[in-house]
Design a binder for this molecule. Structure first.
Ligand SMILES: Cc1ncc(COP(=O)(O)O)c(C=O)c1O
Length: 452
């Protein structure tokens, strides 16, 4: 007797229980505190228990309620980091993906999964105005950036990369992992709106060439992590192309907003590779990043190191297709199912509208902050990240942030802008309402009064 087998009626009972618990959770989401009233000791007491030698059966699921109670809710007033809100139709797909347990390595391991992933990647590329691109899903933007820079580098053991000083930390990390070193990334000067200055980029490349360095790639950011600034993609592409360099656009935060405001991303289609993160601004549950690239031959030259055991016997190019020939990942989850189901359920127009809604909420927040004498906005709002501070020291603002989170009405995070501590709200949340955004201002003022 297989002790791990679960009869279908038992699976139905377990899954129904999980659905009941999570549906109740979704129902209460807007009332939950933005951070659970918990401490490390509470959480450890709840979960740090011995490994059970004997199974609990269905009673094992009872503690799901406790997991929920100690989790940070993805409710309408969550504005921290850059984190999508977890669209529930996609969550249903994640259950199905786990049951199917397709390993999306190659067509022969999952015909539907591979075909759906290739289709959805094409949908997304077309939807952001880059119809000639192909690509694959990844664990996130960091992995997509690493893969893109591996492709840009080719076999060169050394070289320099160019990104604005506002580029995401995954860029220097990728440079280090690729053996180029952290210092291989040149921090190109930004303007007053935190956008890379193309003339400074050109100068940096020329200086490096003159001193015998080997420029490899330019990384433009379409939505910087701190304040959402968008590098001038067209002008940056011009410089990169003039020097024959690879252009990668890190659009992990922002590029999916091209669905809603394509004019803001002019030049995006001139990239050689683009990172986008459906688990950010397409509201998909983690994890779901994506790397798009123009030339699959470069991806294959970079990632195709196929062992004998994995050689395809297919002569048909589609049935012989293998993601692992174009990706760093071998075993891969069926991430595309959630995006596919979510897009089919709602239609892309609903996503465009949600993104436009987030953009409008960010402008609303910016004007509320501008109207409040005790608050100062620290950067223009190009997308949906709003950086500001209360009058007073960095330390005072740090304590305000801790107090805001403890008060539990909204969740925001922080950034450093021009060397100063900033409070930061990032709106990539399909659940957010105007009153949630207005509460950022009222909660900041209330927290400041309490801390003072
Ligand atoms: C601009 C940018 N690039 C890359 C990343 C990394 O993405 P991930 O967290 O999915 O690895 C982020 C994350 O916030 C980001 O904002």
């Amino acid at each position: 007797m297989d002790r791990l087998s679960v009869p279908p009626q038992e699976f139905r009972r377990l899954a129904s229980h999980a659905v009941d618990v999570t549906a109740r959770y979704l129902d209460r989401l807007s009332e939950l505190p933005s951070f659970p009233p918990t401490t490390h000791d509470d959480v450890r007491a709840a979960f740090d228990r011995p490994l059970p030698e004997r199974g609990l059966g269905a009673a094992a699921l009872d503690d799901l309620e406790i997991v929920l109670r100690h989790s940070r809710p993805c409710g309408p007033a969550f504005f921290g980091y850059v984190l999508g809100s977890g669209e529930p139709v996609a969550a249903v797909a994640d259950l199905v993906a786990s049951v199917l347990n397709q390993n999306v390595t190659a067509w022969r391991s999952g015909p539907a999964a591979v075909t759906i992933e290739r289709t959805v990647v094409r949908w997304l590329a077309e939807a952001i105005g880059c119809k000639d691109f192909t690509g694959s899903f990844t664990g996130g933007g960091s992995m997509a950036n690493l893969m893109a820079l591996a492709m840009a580098r080719g076999t060169s053991p050394t070289g320099t990369l160019y990104a604005s000083a506002e580029a995401h930390m995954s860029i220097p990390k990728a440079a280090a992992l690729l053996g180029l070193g952290y210092d291989a990334v040149r921090a190109v000067v930004v303007d007053a709106s935190f956008r890379m200055v193309p003339e400074a980029l050109d100068r940096a490349i020329r200086d490096d060439l003159a001193s015998g360095k080997r420029p490899i790639a330019v990384i433009a950011t379409a939505g910087t992590v701190a304040m959402g600034s968008i590098d001038p993609l067209d002008a940056v592409a011009e410089v990169a192309k003039a020097h024959g360099l690879w252009l990668h656009v890190d659009g992990a935060y922002g590029a999916l907003a091209a669905l809603a405001v394509p004019e803001t991303f002019r030049g995006l289609d001139r990239a050689d590779s683009i990172s986008i993160d459906p688990h950010k601004w397409l509201y998909q549950p983690l994890d779901c990043g994506c790397l798009l690239y123009r030339d699959p031959a470069v991806a294959r030259a970079t990632f195709s190191h196929t062992g004998d055991y994995a050689q395809s016997l297919q002569s048909d190019p589609d049935e012989g297709f293998a993601f692992f020939e174009e990706s760093l990942e071998l075993s891969r989850r069926f991430r595309a199912l959630k995006v596919w189901l979510s897009l089919r359920y709602h239609g892309v127009e609903a996503f465009r509208e949600a993104i436009r809604g987030d953009l409008a909420l960010a402008q609303r927040l910016a004007s509320r902050i501008d109207a409040e004498p005790a608050l100062e906005r620290l950067a223009p709002v190009a997308l949906s990240a709003v950086c500001f501070r209360h009058e007073g020291s960095d330390d005072f603002n740090r304590r305000i942030l801790q107090r805001i989170i403890r008060r539990g009405r909204v969740y925001i995070s922080n950034a450093t802008i021009g060397g100063r501590f900033a409070l930061r709200a990032c709106i990539v949340n399909h659940r957010s309402r105007p009153e949630d955004v207005d509460a950022i201002v009222s909660e900041t003022l209330a927290a400041a009064a309490e801390v003072a």
